[in-house]
Design a protein around this ligand. Sequence first.
Ligand code: BES
Ligand code: ZN
Length: 458
Amino acid sequence: MDPLTQYLEQHQEHFLRQLQDTLRIPSVSAQPQHKGDVRACAEHLVQHLTRIGLTRAEVVDTAGHPVVYGEWLGAPGAPTALIYGHYDVQPVEPLELWKTPPFEPVIADGKLIARGAADDKGQVHMHLAAIEAHLAVNGRLPINVKLVIEGEEEVGSEHLEQFLRSRRAGLDADVIVVSDTSMLGPDQPALTIALRGIVYTQIEVTGPARDLHSGQFGGAVQNPANALATIIAGLKDADGRITVPGMYDRVRELSAADRASMAGIPFDERDFLHESGAPEAFGEKGYSTLERISVRPTLDVNGIWGGYIGEGSKTVLPSFAAAKVSMRLVPDQDPEQIFQAFRDHVLRLAPPGVTVKVGDHHNAAPFLTSPDHPMIRAAERALKRAWPKPPAMLREGGSIPVMATFQKTHGLPSILMGFGLHDDQVHAPNEKFSLSSFHGGTRSCAYLYEELARPAAG
Ligand code: BES
Ligand code: ZN
């Protein structure tokens, strides 16, 4: 076994303890009461980066949550990787469904359980462990690295573009490296070549000036909750197609060859559906489950409220109802255009007798990269060294808003090398990261830096 691999094996516990320290900080970006915790997490990471030997590490303020920046540039002539990740996490509610407290990491059955374990603190720490190992074993890294670890990914990365633009010269690189995606199975690594974009909206329906007695007024005025239901019912047809005019105009249809190659991906649909707990598959007619979750757009209600939802019954006609509706976008859909078409469509669907407002929370463009780049070949070689099976090339359904931004600000090849699994319960209670993912991912990152430095990767 080579000294680097040996070092990684011998320090597994040490790296896990470091990750647990970061997981204890409740850096929930969406909730104002955690603003201080988000900053504390950034400061904690900067101290950590300094300790493991990066030559520069700083908390950089933005108009939102801070960005953590770090670098080691001691390999002149070798390529520079801009490694991106995020230290913010999703809210933990509903808290009562957690078997152990979300910010008190626990290791059991080969899994590390905590909010952020897989998404994305665990995957950020794979890189930090790989960097630490190289510096400890060799006193240097095979490549130069610039780390951008942001605190707003889970709320749409709204202030990151400004950070990237204002520091563009200092952020020059040869390749972007991101570990915030999934594997295909516990021993089947993957490289992700596409991500969906997103448009996240809120529909607000107002009717009477106050809640009304449903006997006194029911039947005489429009009910905002009924009106909202009418609107939502009109957004998709029975075949699962979205009815927003122009929705599919710019969707790239797959060629027969693309579809055949997707059908060849060893995706375990039964296991995937079992994991979801849903009684059966449902989606756009004419497409497979894998296609529905990767290359087709979606429209989903994320939350809906209005009227009386307490115990028992209350005869009331609510004055207000609302829903959060998001759409996942695929190449070449444009978020701005889709938002406008959606807003116009919602206003058209609204029945008379209510006032409807459509707001925009955040949006991000879809991302697609070519699998045929020497940098991707380097990632393939790294994964082949670390795992029993060669990597699958995946198009994934989630969104990482900065990926499309990087295409504008940097225009570089991007390696999306992630180690999450379908059953990680990301964004949900009891999030976990498998230790096999963490350790195998750390090895993969350490090998990736070596492979990126090889002339073949040039
Ligand atoms: N790690 C995910 C993105 C992801 C999920 C990639 C699944 C591949 C598969 C990321 O942290 C995330 O959840 N992003 C948000 C972005 C949104 C809030 C703009 C998402 O996709 O919901
Ligand atoms: Zn993430």
